[in-house]
Design a protein around this ligand. Structure first.
Ligand code: UDX
Length: 434
């Protein structure tokens, strides 16, 4: 089997490398010359555990290649995958499909024969049909099958998620396209991965429904955490007690500063927009979006309150600024709301993150960066934990207490043990725990 993967971003790169690992010949094509050149030399533009090794090994074995030439990538391909970006469109919250449609048109022009064109990017319901219309308008002579094959990869765990998924969703309009996609995923039959075969529209919607449901679930437990604080209950135990009900499930019930990342904020907005336009508003998702936005701002207020009502002139150490651990991704991270608010309120902010590659650029210039948690804590009046990197769990309260000047800790991810922190003399607050 041979495929062309259009887009060497997060989704294209991970999916391309993983398909190559399945034994498929993969040619990844991107318009960015520098990126393609870097990839050819084995330099990976993103941080994802295990990806560098996977790319290097499959490239060395000749199954994975990179090019800027679409015609070369598509030559002899059984399927062409669209994995270009679908960012939020300015102004209306819609997914911006410029790149998808432009790629579809280029694919149409470059196609040599019958085409299976698979959308992997997250796209609103109806996009597959529009992609087909674009291709047919450009090349009425061409036989084309469109398909939707959404990814459910978590950053930081993307390779494991691709290799051992809970399910594979394929939305197709023909048995031919289904056959091609099933052959590509054949290695997963060994581990009995369920394949959900649907129409293109249904597959497109499954992706949004899944992400929106998870965003609702997180927002639900975040609001429960607020309630727990008022009621003197413990959200950790509430989540465990609820989550053990098989109908609810334990995952995605960790209260925190609000969800962020490249998918949930963008996909919930796009789903809400589409649903409004189709006349079937998903108000629970609209409420979730608003609650999550408000929550990030509330987190800054919480820190100010913990500091006695003002952070003016205070030194505040921040641990973890990426949107979650094991990634260097800053997209829609809660830190992007919390840190500017603290800086605006007059605080001197010193941040530490194990993967700060994009953090400096994304955060206000006034934010200083330290090279370890303890260095950030040095002389700080207060310390705020925003992202739960594992290494923070191991930081000894005694060492923090020696390093810091003040005694205030806001743990926005419930990483530390309240009793141990109090014993070390801290005014410790966390999320939804007494
Ligand atoms: C998500 C989906 O999980 C994935 O299926 C989809 O394809 C892309 O979007 P990702 O954005 O990489 O993946 O991260 P994920 O681990 O799902 O976390 C998203 C956000 O939710 C993070 O900000 C995380 O901190 C937050 N979160 C997650 C919580 O606050 N509490 C939880 O219990 C779980």
């Amino acid at each position: 089997m041979r495929i062309a993967m259009i887009g060497a971003g997060y989704v294209g790169l991970v999916s391309g490398a993983c398909f190559a690992e399945f034994g498929v010949d993969v040619c990844v094509v991107d318009t960015d010359h520098d990126k393609v050149e870097a990839l050819r030399q084995g330099r990976i533009p993103i941080y994802e555990p295990g990806l560098d090794r996977l790319v290097a090994e499959n490239a060395a074995d000749g199954r994975l290649s990179f090019t800027t030439d679409l015609g070369e990538a598509m030559h002899g391909a059984d399927a062409v995958f669209l994995a270009v970006g679908t960012p939020t469109r300015r102004g209306d919250g819609h997914a911006d499909l410029t790149y998808v449609f432009a790629a579809a048109e280029q694919v149409a022009r470059a196609a040599e024969g019958p085409l299976v064109l698979v959308t992997k990017s997250t796209v609103p319901v109806g996009t597959g049909r529009r992609v087909k219309e674009i291709v047919q308008a450009a090349r009425p002579d061409l036989q084309i099958d469109v398909a939707s094959n959404p990814e459910f990869l978590r950053e930081g765990n993307a390779i494991g998620d691709f290799m051992r998924p809970d399910r594979v969703v394929i939305g197709v309009e023909s048995e031919h396209a289904a056959k091609v996609l099933k052959r590509l995923y054949r290695p997963l039959y060994l581990i009995e991965t369920p394949v959900v075969q649907t129409s293109v529209e249904t597959a497109e919607l499954i992706k949004y429904a899944a992400n929106a449901f998870l965003a609702v679930k997180i927002t639900f437990i975040n609001q429960m955490a607020d309630l727990c604080e008022k009621a003197g209950a413990n959200v950790h135990d509430v989540a465990r007690g609820m989550g053990l009900d098989g109908r609810i499930g334990r995952k995605f019930l960790h209260a925190g500063p609000g969800y962020g990342g490249s998918c949930f904020p963008k996909d919930t907005l796009a789903l809400a927009q589409t649903a409004q336009e189709l006349g079937a508003p998903v108000t629970i998702v609209e409420q979730t979006i608003a609650a999550n936005e408000a929550r990030k701002a509330q987190m800054a207020e919480r820190v100010v309150a913990a500091c006695g009502g003002s952070v003016k002139g205070k030194r505040i150490a921040v641990l973890g600024v990426t949107f979650k651990p094991e990634t260097d991704d800053m997209r829609d991270a809660p830190s992007l709301v919390i840190l500017p608010a603290l800086v605006a309120a007059g605080a001197q902010v010193v941040a530490y993150d194990p993967q700060p590659a994009h953090a400096r650029q994304a955060l206000p210039a006034a934010v200083e960066f330290a090279s370890s948690a303890l260095e950030a804590a040095k002389g700080a009046d207060a310390l705020v934990l925003i992202t739960e990197w594992n290494e923070f769990r191991a930081v000894a309260p005694r060492k923090l207490s020696t390093a810091m000047a003040g005694r205030v800790i806001c743990d926005l991810r419930n990483v530390w043990d309240p009793a141990a922190m109090r014993e070390a003399g801290f005014h410790y607050s966390s999320i939804g725990r007494p």
